[in-house]
Design a protein around this ligand. Structure first.
Ligand code: MN
Length: 728
């Protein structure tokens, strides 16, 4: 284990401004906190954070990163708290340690390898600071180096699979090539020990057969390049890693015996022009292997990697891979994000690619930053900041656009879940459906079979899927209403004029109204494209327009816009009603219950309760605008649902309507309502002109379905222009 003074000296050797005092304190703090804890290897646990810190010093990271590495397991595994760390080491280190701890927690809760791609994105999105990710990757690297000490084979396998699926690609993504290769190779050794063993044996055999083949090839390549005027090239050669050979075997479905391409050579030159010159020389001297040339200089990899790659039948007729790059490209390839240190003196390399803008910004900041601290502090990971990643209660990961709410989440899980969603818990707490989700939130969607999508949702959903479903539902619902309304309008009109309404009669005029079916014709009449009277005259030519139809026509044209009414309270406001706990699920026993007067919830409505000090619980419909004011107080929300049959108990439903101002209208309305077993308890005229009444009506009903039936019956009445449930 590295001693305290060694670690501090190492940091000091590349960063003279390093905070030695803080480094010393962090070393001692972590040692104390981990105390007598042991690793699976039998070593003191404390050796692990020290090794992780050591790995990071190889990349010359700033003291905040090194301190974070020393402290990275203290919150999760020791009595230390974040407050304590903040007090001792300042807010920056506290933020970094908190970031690493969060990544560790997510790792523990999720069967992550299942959804590797999403999980990688989540880790990137949560690592707001690049240093968090660097510490996490170094942590994983050390855990992989000591993996063989873990006794249980299943645990070793799980960790190795996770490393292969998630951490190695992450290391590649931020350009940490050496880490990526080591992580891959160690995971490979655990997951496929036999395959790795046989590849190693074969490599050994080839090595023995060929003598010092790599050296001979290097010498010849060097000679060829020099002869063609490329004097200052740097050449190196190596065998590929067992894992990269194995992957090639899998991808190309070739046996190892046929796989001759096991050596890779690297040519490092001074300039981009020399890269292409060297390529020309090599292609001119040896046969090319078709399909192996790749120009990553003109089209860099997403992580900023640049090089020319080619495959040739090289010296002694060996198939080899050759990579050609400049020194700068090489350092970025080798060190990834850590490469910036090398550029402190020189010019910053020109990083292309929008996706890795942060990497470019990082290098730009470097140029102007005075020291490593400032430099790294400004380095934020921007990738995937436009996305948010949340968990289902089972630990599945759902990726959503940022700004998404529980309704989006519900639709992303399953259309059915979205359609029947009534509420949501985020991290165990009931929240409004419009709550914006955050990275790592666990979302538990509450559904009810009786529910349907609400038009209100459209105002706050962020995903196209949710919006499309809600619209589709509204359309289909509206269509059903238009069909029913049209059917009733036709019945009424035909009866009123004394004619028979038959399917056959309607079928005969379908074409005239561009209708595909009788139902379609009903809808056309219901939505007002054509009137029932027009249909009547089509079926029975020569019928005169009736008076009622004229009135309806009049209102349709007018689409009345009543002037805003003066706000007189209704004479008899509905009283607060105590409800037996029998009918509402989720109530706290013994608490007084009131129905909100803004939205008049009815059985069948989606509802929530708001706890009011001294008044008990007020029940609102879940789409009530008044709920907005409680959105910051999730603790006051109660998840409620109607339960069982509403029985004999009645509730007040409030409707707003516009009706014809003519004798007998009110009588007709009360007849329609009475026929449908509703009881008018209150009526308020908001506005009255020569043509229409604009009014509010309170009706005693059993539940929302009952009220919906009454509304449908009112709509079918010719004297009613519009009718809808009143809000506010
Ligand atoms: Mn650790």
């Amino acid at each position: 284990m590295m001693r305290q003074f060694e670690l501090v000296e190492r940091v000091g050797s590349y960063d003279p401004q390093a905070d030695e005092d803080a480094l010393n304190r962090a070393y001692v703090f972590a040692m104390k906190m981990h105390g007598s804890q042991l690793r699976a290897s039998g070593d003191p646990y404390f050796s692990h954070p020290v090794e992780v810190a050591g790995i990071l010093t190889d990349y010359k990271l700033d003291s905040a990163s090194i301190i974070t590495a020393l402290l990275h397991d203290t919150i999760e595994d020791t009595p230390a708290t974040l407050e304590e760390i903040e007090k001792l080491f300042g807010p920056q280190v506290a933020r970094l340690v908190d970031g690493v701890t969060k990544l560790t927690r997510i790792e523990l809760t999720s069967d992550s390898a299942k959804q590797a791609e999403n999980f990688r994105k989540l880790l990137l999105a949560m690592s707001e600071d690049i240093r968090v990710l660097l510490v996490k990757l170094a942590d994983r690297l050390h855990n992989m180096r000591t993996l063989h000490y873990i006794k249980k084979p299943e645990k070793r396998q799980r960790i190795a699979a996770e490393t292969m699926e998630i951490y190695a690609p992450l290391a590649e993504r931020i350009g940490m090539d050496a880490w990526k290769m080591e992580l891959e190779d160690r995971a490979f050794a655990e997951l496929h020990p036999d395959a790795r063993e046989s590849i190693m044996t074969r490599l050994k055999y080839l090595r023995e057969q060929g003598g010092d083949l790599v050296t001979r090839i290097l010498d010849e390549l060097n000679k060829v390049l020099k002869e063609n005027g490329l004097d200052s090239v740097e050449l190196s050669g190596r065998e590929k890693t067992p894992y990269s050979i194995w992957r090639k075997m899998q991808m190309k479905d070739v046996a190892f015996e046929q796989l001759s391409d096991i050596m890779a050579f690297r040519v490092i030159v001074d300039s981009v022009e020399d890269c292409y010159r060297a390529l020309g020389v090599i292609h001119g001297s040896y046969p090319m292997v078709p399909g192996r040339f790749k120009d990553y200089i003109s089209t860099p990899k997403p992580n900023g990697y640049k090089s020319l790659h080619t495959g040739i039948i090289g010296p002694e007729k060996h198939r080899i891979e050759v990579q050609i790059r400049t020194r700068q490209m090489h350092e970025i390839a080798e060190l990834g994000v850590a490469a910036h240190w090398s550029y402190k003196q020189g010019s910053s390399p020109n990083m292309e690619g929008r996706q890795y803008r942060w990497l470019r910004e990082l290098l730009e900041i470097l140029e102007h930053a005075s020291g490593p601290e400032e430099f790294l502090e400004h380095t934020k990971l921007e990738m995937f900041q436009d996305q948010v990643f949340c968990f289902t209660p089972k630990g599945d990961l759902i990726a959503l656009p940022s700004g998404a709410c529980p309704v989006d989440f519900a639709y992303a899980v399953h259309t059915q879940v979205g359609d029947t969603c009534v509420g949501a818990k985020v991290n165990g707490r009931m929240v409004p459906l419009r709550t914006v989700l955050k990275n790592g939130d666990q979302v538990d969607v509450i559904t009810s079979k009786a529910q349907t999508p609400s038009p209100e949702w459209e105002r706050f959903v962020a995903t196209g899927k949710a919006r499309a479903r809600i619209r589709r539902f509204i359309r289909s619902q509206a269509r059903a209403q238009y069909v029913e309304l049209g059917r009733q309008l036709l019945q009424r009109t035909f009866k009123h004029e004394g004619y028979d309404l038959t399917e056959k009669g309607l079928e005969g005029v379908l074409r005239r109204f561009k209708a595909d079916s009788v139902e379609d014709l009903h809808a056309i009449v219901g939505e007002g494209t054509h009137t029932a009277q027009e249909v009547l005259t089509a079926v029975y030519p020569g019928v005169k327009q009736s008076r009622i139809e004229n009135v309806v026509q009049f209102f349709r044209r007018k689409r009345s816009h009543p002037s805003p009414a003066e706000h007189r309270p209704m004479d008899r406001e509905p009283k607060a009603v105590g409800i037996g706990a029998l009918h509402i699920k989720g109530l706290i026993p013994g608490m007084a219950v009131h129905y909100a007067r803004c939205c008049h919830p009815l059985p069948g409505d989606r509802i929530v309760g708001i706890v009011t000090t001294g008044r008990g619980v007020t029940i609102h419909t879940i789409d009530c605008d008044q709920l907005e004011q409680f959105s910051d107080e999730p603790e006051r929300w109660l998840d409620l649902a109607w339960e069982g049959e509403s029985g004999a108990r009645t509730h007040i439903g409030r409707v707003k309507m516009v009706v014809a101002n003519e004798p007998g209208t009110l009588g007709t309305l009360s007849t329609v309502i009475a026929k449908n077993l509703g009881n008018i308890t209150n009526l308020k005229i908001l506005n009255r002109t020569t043509d229409f009444f604009d009014m509010l009506m309170d009706i005693e009903v059993r539940d929302v379905k009952h009220l919906t039936n009454i509304i449908a019956a009112l709509r079918a009445n010719a004297a009613v222009n519009t009718v809808e449930r009143a809000r506010q």
